[in-house]
Ligand binder design. Structure first.
Ligand SMILES: Nc1ncnc2c1ncn2[C@@H]1O[C@H](COP(=O)(O)OP(=O)(O)OP(=O)(O)O)[C@@H](O)[C@H]1O
Length: 370
């Protein structure tokens, strides 16, 4: 299949910089998700890969071909980049039936009729549209049109898939089914996939790696689990995860700066992060609560109990400090109760409060509350 290399890519619109010196390597067969807040440059990056935008600076290599280079004035047009795209707008032919729309791509590639018919039946079945193959786009819902666009991409089996929120118009249940189908299809074909989404669950469940972007720059590129467990800065820590991570700023208490506090809570790192001011990051599930007054930790008051299906979200307060914990659904915690709060030591991340950067890998941390 095809590896993609992006080097020092910059794209400006007037005085606004949509991509700022972005570099990344996408391995052949990888499912890479671009994630980040609105306006961070995800779609611009995808459109640059597709050849729909001309970057101002940098280089893009797909497989063995330099498809863009500002130095050499190379700009290979979209149709010659050997990739398949699905964008939010479906761009279906209104005068063609579902089947003909999907077949169109195969005809362009001059796929032999027998192979084309077999693939058509398979992809229409995969996207759940076999029974609607004679309808015209105007006779379909938005979600169905989106699936036709997907089927058209999948049928041509390109070595590179570029997708921009291809499931955004589907209802929750269909979206889940299509995620499974897309992932299966991608792993069967081995196509290198770059996928833009707003949806964290989609990013975490489908990707081999996630790229988190902000203001046109890459913040972190990691496999989903590492992104969640070891965010490299406070922006990524805060952006990933729902409920949000607990981020609390603390000041060094002792000369060695191994003990930090904000007056309400105290954390002993046991090692010196090398700064006087830190932000600790604790995921809600990395907090342990106990009604046993002899348990380790500090006293917090429960200010809200929010049952949420298989889990319960608990809000706790101590002075000015508010923490969110996630516990099982069968909890007996109640609003107003005083409980002991402690951190699961290995999972506490420590950030430099000035730069927001992770100070050390969490497995070195032996932080504890109290
Ligand atoms: N054609 C354009 N003209 C001017 N500015 C643009 C254009 N396209 C994008 N931008 C700007 O470039 C920045 C990045 O936009 P982009 O669409 O890539 O973000 P995004 O992360 O995909 O956002 P969203 O999630 O909202 O789709 C934004 O500030 C946007 O306003």
């Amino acid at each position: 299949m095809a590896k993609i290399t992006v080097r020092n890519l910059t794209k400006r619109y007037g005085s606004a910089t949509a991509l700022n010196n972005v570099s990344l390597e996408i391995e052949s067969g990888e499912f890479l998700v671009l994630l980040g807040p609105s306006g961070c440059g995800k779609t611009t990056l995808l459109r640059c890969l597709a050849g729909l935008e001309t970057p101002d600076e940098g280089e893009i290599i797909i497989g063995d071909h330099v498809v863009f280079s500002s130095k050499n004035n190379t700009m290979v047009p979209p149709g010659k980049r050997n990739l398949g795209m699905v964008f939010q707008s479906y761009a279906l032919w209104p005068h063609m039936s579902v089947r003909d729309n999907v077949k169109f791509g195969l005809d362009v590639l001059k796929t032999p009729k027998g192979v084309a018919d077999e693939r058509l039946d398979q992809v229409l079945d995969d996207v759940g549209l076999a029974h609607l193959d004679g309808r015209y786009p105007s006779e379909l819902s938005g979600g169905q049109q989106q699936r036709v666009a997907l089927a058209r991409l999948l049928a041509t089996q390109p070595p590179v898939f570029l997708m921009d929120e291809p499931l955004s118009n589907l209802d929750a249940r269909l979206r889940m089914d299509m995620r499974v189908e897309l992932k299966r299809f991608q792993s069967d074909t081995g196509a290198t996939t770059v996928y833009v989404t707003h949806d964290q669950t989609e990013a975490m469940t489908m990707s081999t790696r996630v790229v988190v972007m902000k203001d046109g720059e890459i913040q972190q590129i990691s496999p989903p689990d590492q992104l969640y467990r070891q965010p490299e800065n406070t922006f990524v820590a805060d952006f990933i995860g729902m409920p949000r991570i607990n981020l609390v700023e603390l000041n060094a208490e002792d000369g060695r700066a191994t003990s930090f506090s904000n007056g309400d809570i105290r954390v002993e790192t046991g090692w010196a992060p090398g700064v006087q001011k830190v932000i600790i990051g604790a995921r809600p599930e990395d907090i342990t609560l106990s009604t046993d007054s002899g348990a380790p930790g500090e006293d917090y008051q429960i200010s809200a109990v929010l049952p949420n299906g298989p889990e319960t979200i608990i809000q706790l307060t101590k002075g000015q400090t508010v923490m969110i914990a996630r516990v099982g659904h069968d909890t007996e915690f109640a609003t107003g109760q005083t409980v002991k709060l402690s951190f699961k030591r290995q999972s506490l991340n420590i950030y430099n409060a000035k730069t927001g950067a992770l100070v050390t890998p969490p497995d070195m941390g032996v932080a504890k509350a109290g």
